[in-house]
Design a protein around this ligand. Structure first.
Ligand code: XMP
Length: 517
C-alpha cells in the first residue's frame, strides 16, 4: 500500500509548497480541502495542517474537529495550523501588533526534540503571520523561540502533535526541509521510497487492475502530459490503448509529422487526423481572440468525438490531467475557486469512464516519470504550447499564408534557441532553449517599410517572445544575448519571405501576459 501524508488545506498560498517539499523527500502526500480528510484510509501516516488567510477567531475561519485526528495520527500544524491547535486547546492567539513578516532566527530551540534533529543553531526561518500565540495551554511545551516570537514552535506533551509558527516549506527557512523530514520520516515513519520508478511500477499495476482488457482512448496533443500518460498506459495495456492526435493546422512547422513519428517510435497506436481544412474554414475572417478560442475548442471536440465514436468498444477515456490542474484551491469565502475541468463535450452515448494516471503528479514529477519511461528528452523538455496554437500568435485574422510565415519564423527562433549552447550555474552545457520557460514568435498586424538590395519593401513585422517562469502565473522576459538576437533577426529577415522587421518583446507578466492574445 502506498503510504501517504495528508495535508489539510486551510487556504494558504504556500500549501502546494508543503506538498512539493514532502514529495522531494520521496514521500507521497496528498493535499485535500481542510474538511475532506479521507476517513478510513489506512495508508495515512501523518497529517499536516496548513496556514490560512484567516485568524482563528474569525467567525468564518475554517475549522476541523481535531479530536477525529488526535492520537490517531502524528500532527504538525503550520502557522494558522499551529494557532488553531493551540486555540482550540485553550491557548491564546492575539494580533501580533505589527504583522510579522520575513526572516527571523530560532535563537533558542530544544535540540533534543525530534522536530529539530540536525537543525543548525540560530537557523533562519520565514515568518508570515498577523496573529501570534501568546499563551499555550498547560500541556503544551514551547520548543523554539525567536527574538520577537516566544512561541515559534511547541509540542503537546506526551503526544505526537507539534505546531510551528513559521513556514518550514519556503526556501528562506534554511532547515525547513530538514524539519519536515524529521516529521514525516522520524515521527510518521514514512520510508522515502516514493520515486519515479516506484510510481511507474505501482501505476502500471493499478492501471492493469482498473482497466483490465477494456479498450481506452486518449487524446494526444504533442505536449508532455498527454505523451507521458499515453506511454504509461501503453506499458500497462499495450494495444488496447488507441490515441487520437488532431492536427488543427496551427501547430509549429512540421510538428504534426515529427510528433507522429516520435509516437510511433514509442510503439503507440496513434490515429493522426488532419482536420486543418475545417479549422481554417471556420476561422476565416475571425479576428477576436476569444472567438478564435471558442471556434477551435468547438471544432476540436467535434473532430475528436467523430474519431472516438469509431472505436465502438471503448470503455475508458484517458487524460493527461496533472495535480495542479485539479488541486481545489480555496478562497477566503471557503468556496472552491478552481474545480476539476474535464471531458467537456464527450459523446454521452459512449458512456466512457475517466482514467487519469497522472492526476497526483506535479509537472516536474511528470517529466521524471517520462524519463523513467524512456521518452526522448526533446518530448519531455518541450516548452508549453497553447491549445489554440499559432491562432493566438497571429494578431488579426488567420490565413494559411500567415501561418506559413509564422511557422518559418518560429522555426528559426526555436531551432536557434536549441543550437545556442551555454553553461548553467554548475558549469554543465545546456542550451538557451532549456533555460527559457517558453518561446515563440508573434505575427503582428503591421507592415513597415524596409530596403532589400535596391528594392524598397513593405512587409510584415514579427515579435520574438521568450520568458522565464516557474509556473506561467508570473513571468519575466528572458535576457537573451544580443549576439543571439542579432543572428535570429538576420536569419528571419533573410530567409522568411514576407518579413522585413523583427522586434523583441521585453514585457513581463504581470502586467503583460505571455501570449499576445
Ligand atoms: P498567458 O498568455 O495567460 O499564458 O500569460 C499562460 C500560459 O498559458 C498558455 N495559454 C494557453 N494554453 N489554451 C491553452 O491551452 C489557451 O487558450 C491558452 N492561452 C495561453 C500560454 O502559452 C502560457 O503557457
Amino acid at each position: 500500500m502506498q503510504e501517504k501524508i495528508i495535508i489539510l488545506d486551510f487556504g494558504s498560498q504556500t500549501t502546494q509548497l508543503i506538498g512539493r517539499r514532502i514529495r522531494e523527500l520521496n514521500v507521497y502526500c496528498e493535499i485535500v480541502p481542510y474538511n475532506k480528510f479521507p476517513q478510513d484510509d489506512e495508508s495515512v501516516k501523518g497529517v499536516i495542517l496548513s496556514g490560512s488567510p484567516f485568524s482563528v477567531y474569525d467567525e468564518s475561519a475554517f475549522k476541523v474537529d481535531l479530536e477525529q485526528l488526535r492520537g490517531k495520527y502524528p500532527i504538525l500544524g503550520i502557522c494558522y495550523g499551529a494557532q488553531f491547535i493551540a486555540y482550540t486547546h485553550g491557548g491564546k492567539v492575539e494580533p501580533a501588533g505589527t504583522r510579522e513578516y520575513g526572516r527571523a532566527r530560532l535563537t533558542s530551540f530544544d535540540r533534543d526534540n525530534v522536530l529539530f534533529k540536525n537543525v543548525r543553531t540560530n537557523t533562519q526561518v520565514w515568518m508570515s503571520h498577523g496573529d501570534t500565540i501568546t499563551v499555550v495551554p498547560d500541556n503544551f511545551q514551547i520548543i523554539a523561540s525567536t527574538d520577537d516570537v516566544k512561541v515559534a514552535a511547541y509540542q503537546v506533551k506526551g503526544e505526537k502533535m507539534w505546531g510551528v509558527q513559521f513556514h518550514p516549506e519556503v526556501s528562506h527557512s534554511e532547515d525547513g526541509t530538514q524539519m519536515l523530514k524529521n516529521f514525516v520520516v522520524d515521527v510518521c515513519g514514512c520510508s522515502q521510497s516514493w520515486s519515479a520508478a516506484s510510481f511507474v511500477d505501482t501505476t502500471v499495476a493499478e492501471l492493469k487492475a482498473q482497466v483490465g482488457d477494456d479498450r481506452v482512448i486518449l487524446g494526444l496533443s504533442g505536449g508532455v502530459d498527454s505523451s507521458v500518460a499515453a506511454v504509461l498506459l501503453h506499458r500497462a495495456i499495450g494495444k488496447n490503448l488507441t490515441c487520437i492526435f488532431v492536427d488543427h493546422g496551427l501547430l509549429r512547422k512540421n510538428e504534426f509529422a515529427n510528433v507522429m513519428h516520435d509516437y510511433e517510435c514509442l510503439g503507440l497506436n496513434v490515429i493522426g487526423v488532419d482536420a486543418s481544412e475545417k479549422f481554417f474554414k471556420d476561422l476565416e475572417g475571425v479576428t477576436d481572440p476569444e472567438q478564435k478560442r471558442k471556434i477551435i475548442g468547438r471544432d476540436f471536440v467535434e473532430v475528436f468525438n467523430a474519431e472516438a465514436r469509431k472505436i465502438t468498444d471503448a470503455k475508458w477515456l484517458a487524460q493527461g490531467t496533472i495535480y495542479p490542474d485539479r488541486i481545489e484551491s480555496l478562497n477566503i469565502t471557503g468556496k472552491t475557486i478552481k474545480s476539476h475541468h474535464n471531458v467537456g463535450g464527450l459523446p454521452k452515448e459512449m458512456n466512457l469512464q475517466l482514467c487519469e494516471p497522472l492526476k497526483w503528479l506535479f509537472k516536474d514529477e511528470v517529466r521524471r516519470v517520462g524519463r523513467e519511461l524512456g521518452i526522448p528528452d526533446h518530448l519531455i523538455s518541450r516548452h508549453p504550447f497553447p491549445g489554440p496554437g499559432l491562432a493566438v500568435r497571429i494578431l488579426g485574422d488567420i490565413t494559411r499564408e500567415k501561418v506559413r510565415i509564422l511557422q518559418d519564423a518560429d522555426d528559426i527562433f526555436i531551432q536557434g534557441l536549441r543550437d545556442w549552447k551555454v553553461r548553467d550555474e554548475v558549469g554543465n552545457e545546456t542550451s538557451l532553449y532549456h533555460q527559457v520557460w517558453q518561446a515563440g514568435v508573434i505575427l503582428l498586424p503591421v507592415q513597415s517599410v524596409g530596403v532589400m538590395g535596391d528594392e524598397r519593401t513593405y512587409e510584415r513585422a514579427v515579435a520574438l517572445r521568450a520568458v522565464t517562469s516557474t509556473d506561467a502565473m508570473t513571468a519575466d522576459w528572458a535576457h537573451l544575448p544580443y549576439e543571439f538576437l542579432a543572428q535570429v533577426s538576420n536569419d528571419i529577415i533573410n530567409k522568411v519571405k514576407g518579413v522585413n522587421r523583427v522586434t523583441y518583446d521585453i514585457s513581463s507578466k504581470p502586467p503583460s501576459t505571455i501570449e499576445w492574445e
